[in-house]
Write a protein that binds this ligand. Sequence first.
Ligand code: THU
Length: 134
Amino acid sequence: MGKVMTDKMLQAACAARDKAHAPYSKFKVGAAIRGESGRIFTGCNVENAAYPEGWCAETSAIAAMVLAGDTNIMEVLVVGVSPEPVTPCGGCRQRIREFATAFTPIHIASPEGVQQTVTLSELLPHSFGPDNLP
Ligand code: THU
């Protein structure tokens, strides 16, 4: 998809990022996912006083997508503010894998714009997915 779509996803992800509950790390992240219906689903990270119980922005966005009835991820955008690009963590790469293909674009962004776009297979090569199960 083109710049108009990524701009829309960036705007949505930034709005989600503003809602992040990140009092411990102070590291707010927003995610936007475009599902097969064309709708955009968003999520933020939600941390917890019991630190390991928190979860990522991508996980929240996937939950919103599934709840709304979409099961295919067409495109993902993650936004954060960091000297290094905010790429999805290992666990989220696998969660995205469940609903995406090797070629699904993952846009890594700052609030100013998309910094780089990679495919899921670049982030998670030789992945295990639903097709691996008998
Ligand atoms: N985090 C995300 O929400 N997504 C990412 O892609 C990277 C990390 C969150 C988890 C935690 O709340 C905070 O950022 C610091 O790791």
